[in-house]
Design a protein around this ligand. Structure first.
Ligand code: GCU
Length: 444
């Protein structure tokens, strides 16, 4: 496994891994735990997104609507688990408004979203930047961040999260609490000024506001607050990725109430585990106009059946809380999964989707991410779009984009300005420019 120990610790919030990390697997003894050799990728056949479970073909867009429901249910049952509906009586409490933030470039707005009608917690703090100069509602990028809104920009007006966050000693977070040193700690992944100058807004929420990223048996976060009390969790109960995706839909609920945002033009974007989350959020919630997966890997855009880099067994071992309990049945048995990740991408059709890899990020299986995007293409074509216009994986540094976009960037696992420039161009193209009066289509 090429995952550095510090990342592993960071990934678990510095907490010891669950006992399930060592759960027995049914992987054949001949198969390595982690494979980086293309010639050792097992032979596999992908389930056909355009065939119903009973084998009948999907022939048209109406048939796809029915097949789509089947596939959604399969992902809920076997992979991510089933999330509840939106809570009744959500409240939006604006606690900050600065029409001349970032030296006059931005309107900054901060809002606490109360997710349980009777209580203050769980709640999530939402940070919204919009171009100060705008002529009507603007399109926005919606992203979950890892360690609090203050990490996206050094702007001293951003409220430092008071909630639990993953440790990051280099940003002064050692006891799961962020301090002033955490300001702007992840700013390289959020080029706020570039986004604003291109006419877009950015909305972000910390994933830990929804569910802290460690295995506590689903006691804290939205699981603890919204699960029926005193009942055993069914094997398809929602995991942490499902909780985060559910939170993105709650962000969308808020955006629909904000007159300065064009909620029909929201691009959901996520890096790594947040990339897995962005895909699952857009798959379920058709209000998202575009989805972008940055280096999402296993359980995101990468095909599970290739078992290249991170596998179902290793992800379930290291992050037993991310998926539903049923997903563990497929440890070492990916061929038995009734879905694979190309079907997750297909669920977003015909809305534009972009999958991006990084050359050195073998853990996330760049080729498996490309092949999944490619295998979603027939669904996009059935629905009358141009899909992914690439026969084979394009060379590193050469993006291809139709309604499905793909690139493999040189370098390591990260979200960089190179990635952002492709995403902004993709959004410009599919949202008919960032200006509200330029005729952006309603793709819901
Ligand atoms: C780990 C994990 C990946 C995940 C990544 C991240 O590497 O194994 O599945 O995508 O963390 O979120 O940074």
């Amino acid at each position: 496994m090429n995952m550095p120990a510090f990342l592993l610790l960071a990934a678990t919030g510095g907490l010891p891994l669950s006992a399930e990390a060592s759960a027995a697997s049914s992987r054949p003894a001949s198969r390595p735990a982690i494979n980086y050799d293309e010639s050792k990728v097992p032979a596999y056949t992908l389930p056909d997104p355009l065939k119903f479970q009973d084998g009948r073909p999907v022939e048209d867009a109406a048939g796809w609507r029915r097949r789509r429901q089947e596939i959604l249910e399969l992902f809920r049952t076997h992979v991510y688990g089933r999330a509840p509906d939106a809570p009744q009586g959500m409240r939006f409490e604006r606690f900050d408004e600065n029409p001349a933030a970032l030296g006059g470039l931005a309107l900054r707005r901060q809002v606490t979203v109360r997710l349980a009608p009777q209580a203050d917690e769980p709640g999530m703090d939402l940070l919204l930047y919009l171009p100060a100069e705008r002529h009507g509602p603007v399109p926005v990028f919606a992203m979950l961040n890892f360690r609090g809104n203050q990490e996206v920009h050094p702007d001293p007006g951003i409220r430092i999260t008071g909630r639990w966050v993953l440790n990051a000693p280099e940003s002064g977070i050692t006891d799961n609490r962020a301090g002033p040193q955490a300001r702007g700690a992840d700013a390289s992944r959020y080029p706020v000024e570039l986004i604003l100058r291109r006419g877009y807004g950015l909305v972000t929420v910390c994933c830990a506001d929804l569910d802290p990223d460690f295995d506590d048996g689903f006691a804290n976060g939205v699981h603890g607050a919204l699960d029926p009390p005193g009942k055993p969790r069914p094997p398809d109960a929602w995991g942490t990725i499902a909780a985060w995706a559910w939170g993105l839909s709650r962000v969308m609920d808020y955006l629909q109430t904000d007159p300065d945002v064009d909620a029909r033009r929201v691009v959901v974007l996520g890096h790594s585990r947040m990339g897995k989350t962005a895909l699952w959020a857009a798959a379920q919630d058709e209000r998202f106009a575009i989805a972008i997966s940055n280096n999402s890997g296993c359980g995101g855009a990468a095909l599970s059946r290739r078992a290249y880099g991170e596998t179902v067994e290793s992800i379930n071992g290291m992050f037993p809380h991310w998926f539903c309990a049923n997903f563990r049945r497929y440890n070492g048995r990916e061929a038995e999964l009734p879905v694979d990740q190309h079907m997750l991408i297909a669920l977003i059709a015909p809305r534009p989707v972009y999958v991006a890899s990084a050359e050195e990020d073998r853990w996330a299986d760049p080729r498996g991410e490309f092949l999944a995007a490619k295998a979603a293409d027939p669904v996009y074509r059935l629905l009358g779009t141009d899909g992914l216009p690439a026969g084979d994986m394009p060379p590193v540094g050469q993006p291809v984009a139709g309604t499905i976009g793909y690139h493999c960037r040189p370098g390591a696992h990260d979200l960089t300005e190179y990635d952002w420039r492709q995403y902004l161009a993709f959004a410009d193209r599919h949202l008919a420019g960032a200006r509200p009066d330029s005729g952006g289509a309603d793709r819901r």
